[in-house]
Ligand binder design. Structure first.
Ligand SMILES: C[S@@+](CC[C@H](N)C(=O)[O-])C[C@H]1O[C@@H](n2cnc3c(N)ncnc32)[C@H](O)[C@@H]1O
Length: 192
């Protein structure tokens, strides 16, 4: 796909999100992942990390309705979404909230990009390390973990960490993710 085609795709999802009332085009990444993998089910208890402006939380809220629960965290503010319990907090301070066990951990978190590859990779790995400790301590056995990463060092690090923690791991590149971007998602299925 040409760069132009990829940007047109980005614009397609931007205008679709406005039309359909989603706060971000990122919502379509989760919609597409959900369509193919059925990761979220009625009654789930979901933790949404890096949730602002709220596209993913909206998608989860639509699926769960009044069932289950959703906790969302972001360092930036997020406007209210039905049935979403939002905390404006840095991921590294997550121990400050009273977290109970969840059945799904979702993360679309992305650190500020400096452009210096070694720094960006280290920043991403530091966030992933915190998430992995959340998975170890707060994700139920049999639970699922969906996490954004970038092709290369951070993806390899994540896959390596998850391979002994989940029965199955899968790399996913949803159509709504720009093909020119190294962004992809790793899904851990069935926590051991
Ligand atoms: C790509 S956006 C998430 C979009 C969201 N999934 C949606 O659908 O609207 C990534 C988010 O990660 C958040 N973030 C980055 N570093 C963070 C940190 N250390 N703690 C908490 N949130 C962080 C950013 O503030 C940003 O809102």
């Amino acid at each position: 796909m040409t760069k132009h085609a990829s940007y047109s795709k980005g614009e397609k999802y931007n205008s679709l999100s406005k039309k359909e009332g989603f706060r971000s085009r990122a919502a379509y990444k989760l919609i597409q992942i959900q369509k193919q993998n059925k990761i979220i089910k009625v009654g789930d208890k979901v933790l949404d990390i890096g949730s602002s402006p709220g596209g993913w939380s909206q998608v989860v809220s639509n699926i769960l309705g009044d069932s289950g629960s959703i906790i969302a965290i972001d360092v930036l503010p997020m406007k209210k979404i039905k049935n979403v319990n939002f905390f404006q907090i840095d991921l590294k301070d997550i121990h400050k909230i009273n977290l109970n066990k969840v059945s799904i951990v979702l993360s679309d978190i992305a650190p500020n990009i400096s452009g210096v590859s070694i720094i960006d990779t280290e920043n991403m790995k530091s966030l992933l390390e915190i998430e992995i400790s959340i998975v170890d301590n707060f994700l139920k056995i049999g639970g699922k973990y969906l996490c954004k990463c970038f092709e290369g060092d951070s993806m390899n690090f994540l896959k390596n960490e998850l391979k002994n923690r989940f029965r199955k791991i899968k790399r996913i590149k949803p159509d709504a993710s720009r093909s020119t971007s190294k962004e992809c998602y790793i899904l851990g299925i069935d926590k051991l």
